[in-house]
Write a protein of this length. Structure first.
Ligand SMILES: Nc1nc2c(ncn2[C@@H]2O[C@H](COP(=O)(O)OP(=O)(O)O)[C@@H](O)[C@H]2O)c(=O)[nH]1
Ligand SMILES: [Mg+2]
Lengths: 528, 218
């Protein structure tokens, strides 16, 4: 019995399911859009094969079919017409979203709707030499039937946005790069299926709210947080993250100058740090970085490219030198990858993880690297305790997690104890790499939308609630395993097929946990 | 088949500098696999693997902890020495630094384990003969001075890997005081619920991508 994802039946709360797409969810502030009840992932041992999705059982409230969720979020080739079954758990909050979007898909395995960013991929055989075909692309297909596998993906240089220099200078430019009316028109013209039309209208409205928020003279950070909590549209993510992290000022007036100053500052830091060549570096730190960089996101093209690896080395080394109490610690390399992919994604119209950044202009590349550096620094500011000598931050977090699980899921905690499983044996990595070894970069990116909205403590505090929700979601399975089974299972969790939906269930659950237990934190820490 | 008594469950630990190939040696041994440079990722904290082995007609079950080499992780990885019967200390024969770091690893060993625990020094990446930086003789002498077994190996070309684990386990089996009376924790785990099917071991076969040939057979 292999613990494959196909064994899982997702019983999800529809209110949450819809949160990233449905208008009602994003319109309301996070406090109301976050569910008050939910059903967590639960295991079903009765089936060893994926359950084919049928309209009667598989209504994904957002109108997405499970297949599209999987495909659009995981990016790698999808298989046949089998997939997750989303079982609707009855819940008090189900009524409104069901009313809006509750119609079942007409058939299993239907259309995949592209995001504005990916909509420029198309299946005609464009001449790779032709660079100036953006206009054509803009009018190009809005939707593609997912079944049509021969869709042509823009690759290499031709994937670079035509207005990349504008976006580099002002990330807000991405907002204008594709106006929402344009987008709506294209949506309306391109789709026959009313379900999808509706879904797109929702998306367009959600996007418009972001645009309104982001284009304000002074961005209302509280409003941005509320919006971003439920997920940020891809093309607006770079600017949103930069604002949420406090890397960019909220005032539009100073933004461009701050940005160019920051990038210059980083360029100077790099120059200064590497002025005496490799010999001038702290050999111990440099050596560790040098051996970890090729081992970062192994097998993913972007991270195998020389250009990416050199950037990563510089980012990590400069950060390490500037933070001597922690220096470089293995796992920090992983934390750069979401930033790199998100910011790179802002400059291109193809999947960042498949792109060779060396194709970008030096200006764009330097900007990308600098932005990653500063944003990484901001993130690490909140969790530096995790990486200093003795890693006290991690020890505290793991202790809190253990205490929390003891209260939230006593039978599981008891079973783990009876089997001599120590939380440190599996949760150390969860803290050290922020679950990035357990989840895909895409999953992580969605997760960080919420973390960044939660504020600077999220990576040390909210994260623990996420870990608790994560662990307890496998409670039933774990309670049937012995020591060896538990450790092995937690080492290779079946999350490969996870998309936004699963992450959002997790985040919702974590939110509830944090509301319930936050005030008991010191008790829990003392009690253990 | 083997004797009638339950197979001893042995706990092994892999230590050594970062990137010398500890995880690769283990994966070669348990899964008969080698991941090239651009497909393997660094161990964070510790990883755990199990496998069964038959030695001279005796069955043993191995629980192997693979640690991360970075200094910063020592506070947590050092706790895994507890209860270990065998330790593999690895270095990279093409990287002098990893050999020069051995005294530090042995100092740590002396702090955490009893002298009877069996130690095996493995000089890995033997396939990189062309850029060898530590002679075999140096390796052997160091091992002798520190009272441990020694082998050169390559996880990449599958040389000496099985032998390294096998010799280590044989020596442990020759030292009954290491496992016969003790090992209370693991034994109790294994026998606590004999009636229950053990998902863990099934999971193991699911994880092993290639069961066909391996030093670690069931
Ligand atoms: N040439 C060669 N490379 C190896 C060998 N064993 C491991 N490697 C490579 O060395 C790097 C580090 O290996 P890894 O097992 O992660 O080292 P660890 O940090 O000690 O666990 C990886 O890129 C491996 O592919 C070997 O026997 N020969
Ligand atoms: Mg390793």
């Amino acid at each position: 019995m292999a613990h494959t994802a196909s064994e899982w039946t997702l019983a999800s709360d529809d209110a949450w399911d819809s949160a990233s797409d449905s208008e009602s969810a994003y319109r309301s502030p996070p406090t109301t859009s976050k569910p008050t009840t939910f059903t967590s992932l639960s295991s079903s041992t009765s089936s060893t094969r994926p359950i084919p999705v049928t309209p009667s059982t598989a209504t994904s409230i957002s109108g997405k079919s499970p297949q599209t969720t999987r495909q659009s979020t995981n990016g790698d080739g999808l298989t046949g017409s089998e997939g997750y079954t989303h079982v609707l758990a009855p819940s008090p909050s189900s009524s409104y979203s069901q009313g809006i979007l509750g119609k079942p898909p007409s058939a299993a395995g239907w259309t995949m709707v592209r995001s504005p960013r990916s909509s420029r991929m198309r299946d005609q055989g464009a001449d790779p030499e032709v660079e100036n075909e953006v206009e054509v692309d803009m009018e190009g297909s809005v939707t593609e039937v997912a079944m049509g596998r021969n869709r042509r993906i823009r690759e290499g240089r031709e994937a670079i946005k035509y207005d990349v220099e504008d976006i580099v200078n002002d990330p807000l430019h991405a907002v204008h790069s594709l106006s929402s009316t344009e987008y709506e028109e294209r949506v309306a013209s391109g789709i026959g299926h009313p379900e999808l039309q509706h879904q797109h209208a929702m998306k367009a409205q959600k996007r418009q709210k972001f645009v309104d928020c982001l284009t304000a003279e002074n961005v209302d950070i509280a409003a941005l947080r509320k919006l971003a909590w439920s997920g940020i549209p891809d093309e607006l993510r770079p600017i949103s993250w930069m604002l949420l992290l406090g890397y960019l000022p909220l005032s539009a007036a100073t933004r461009k100058s701050v940005l160019s100053r920051k990038r210059e500052e980083y360029a100077n830091l790099v120059q200064l740090t590497f002025a005496r060549g490799i010999e001038g570096l702290d050999q111990q730190i440099w050596h560790q970085i040098e051996i970890d960089v090729p081992r970062t996101r192994p097998g993913v093209r972007l991270w195998m490219e020389r250009g990416t690896q050199r950037s990563l080395e510089r980012i990590l080394y400069v950060w390490a030198i500037r933070h001597p109490t922690s220096g470089y610690v293995q796992g920090i390399n992983d934390l750069v990858t979401p930033f790199f992919q998100v910011f790179l994604g802002g400059y291109i119209d193809s999947e960042p993880s498949l792109f060779d950044p060396a194709l970008l202009s030096p200006t764009a590349l330097n900007a990308l690297e600098a932005d990653c550096f500063w944003c990484l620094s901001k993130l690490l500011d909140g969790i530096q305790d995790n990486y200093i000598s003795g890693q006290p931050g991690i020890h505290r977090s793991v202790r809190y997690l253990a205490g929390l699980v003891g209260r939230v899921d006593a039978p599981l905690a008891k079973h783990l104890k009876a089997q001599s499983v120590e939380f440190m044996q599996f949760a150390f990595r969860w803290m050290n790499c922020l679950l990035m070894r357990e989840l895909s970069v895409k999953n992580t990116i969605r997760m960080w939308d919420t973390y960044l909205s939660e504020g600077s403590n999220a990576f040390s505090e909210f994260h623990i609630y996420v870990c608790c929700a994560f662990l307890t979601s496998w409670s039933e399975k774990l309670r049937a395993m012995d020591f060896q089974g538990i450790i092995m299972f937690l080492q290779s969790l079946p999350t490969q097929t996870w998309g936004d939906h699963e992450i959002e269930v997790l985040l919702a659950e974590a939110y509830v946990l944090s509301s319930v237990w936050h005030n008991a934190q010191s008790h829990i820490l003392k009690g253990e | 088949m083997a004797g009638s008594e339950a197979p001893p469950n042995l706990k092994l630990l892999l230590i050594g500098n970062s990137s010398v190939g500890k995880s690769s040696l283990l994966m070669r041994f348990t899964d008969a696999q080698f991941l090239p440079e651009d497909e393997s990722s660094a161990t964070i904290g510790v990883d755990f693997r199990v496998c069964k082995m038959e030695i001279g007609g005796r069955r043993v079950k191995l629980s192997i902890w693979d640690t991360a080499g970075q200094e910063r992780f020592r506070t947590i990885t050092s706790s895994y020495y507890r209860g270990a019967q065998g330790i593999i200390v690895a270095y990279d024969i093409s990287n002098r630094e990893t050999f020069d770091a051995l005294p530090r690893w042995f100092t740590e060993l002396d702090t955490y384990v009893t002298p009877s625990v069996v130690k095996m020094l493995v000089g890995n990446k033997l396939d990189k003969e062309f850029s060898r930086a530590v002679s075999e003789d140096e390796g052997r002498k160091f091992a002798q001075r520190n009272g441990c077994l020694f082998l050169e190996a390559s996880a990449k070309t599958n040389v000496g890997v099985r032998e390294a684990f096998q010799e280590l386990v044989e020596k442990i089996l020759d030292t009954p005081e290491l496992w016969a009376p003790a090992a209370p924790r693991i034994t109790s785990t294994a026998t606590a619920k004999p009636q229950q099917s053990m998902p863990g071991s099934i999971d193991l076969s699911a994880n092993a991508q290639d069961n066909a040939s391996s030093g670690c057979s069931c």
